[in-house]
Design a protein around this ligand. Sequence first.
Ligand code: BTN
Length: 333
Amino acid sequence: MNSVTSNILNTLLGRAGFVSGGELCGELGITRSAVWKHVARLRASGYAIEAVSGRGYRLAGTTGAPVFEEVRPLLDTERFGRNFIYLESTGSTNLHARTIARDGAPEGSVVVADSQTGGRGRMGRPWASPPGVNLYASVVLRPPVPPVRVPEIPLLAAAAIHTALSQECPSLQPCIKWPNDLLCGGRKLCGILCEMESEPDCTHFVVAGFGVNVNIDAFPEELQGIATSIVLETGAESSRARILASVLNCFERMYGDWLAADDLTPVLPHLERHAWLQGKEVRIEQYGRTLSGTVAGLSPQGHLLLKGEEGAVTAVNSGEAHLRSVNDQNRQA
Ligand code: BTN
């Protein structure tokens, strides 16, 4: 969206009633026919704009697209989302965020895209990123903490996104799956991918990327049964702009509390209350080894506490958790 179109949208978003064509011309220093042309562009992008002769223009409906014009009025942050890059399409918002972070982008900078051509998940997996339906966003963080604390960030982001989704969609009851997924009914609603650049004792920056399945109502065959979306769970479409603003509001607040603490203590009760794995028999796949046991909780550092058959508890710091099937358990016996 060019800056004049964006200014018109900002003015209409800020006004409940009509804005006269003359006022828009005066404010933006353009002619009436230019105003009309920009209004036509906004309509083509999906904004319902009424035009009534003698009264002017009125925004009758937004698109809910995660563009700055729609997100900004909903932000109550100081830094998160104040530097905001919206892209119609990009390879991966995480990669774009990493590039701007290397170039000095301030903490809280956000890169959001309507679609990704190379969306990335954990363990090098792809992240399906079709246009017009979901949220794909990455936040640049510059936490003044040693790299050893960085693995806490995916859980922090999970707590923030969980809080935001629960506020925006009260009928949704997502769970947090250690270490960085949100599920509904055992199906994936949101994935989080945190990547960092550091020296052994100094964190340069972290990119916290998240993909939320919002309004997608059908998944490709390979994701059927394992993925879900807000619209599939609630039956109602949601504004991606509202969800993004709410995530940024919650994330900034929780990030501040986390920085002031030595570990995840401020969000631990939230993480434990909504933990999907709690009490379940699991198998944890780590690079090169597999651990199994019953999930007994979470440590303040975000390690999964796994109780083995002998009763000893191991703190697991990373890995991919799978529920143990009856077959798995028989194999062990
Ligand atoms: C996972 O569950 O494996 C993590 C998925 C993370 C996907 C998001 S979408 C926005 C950001 N950009 C990416 O390329 N990946 C993350």
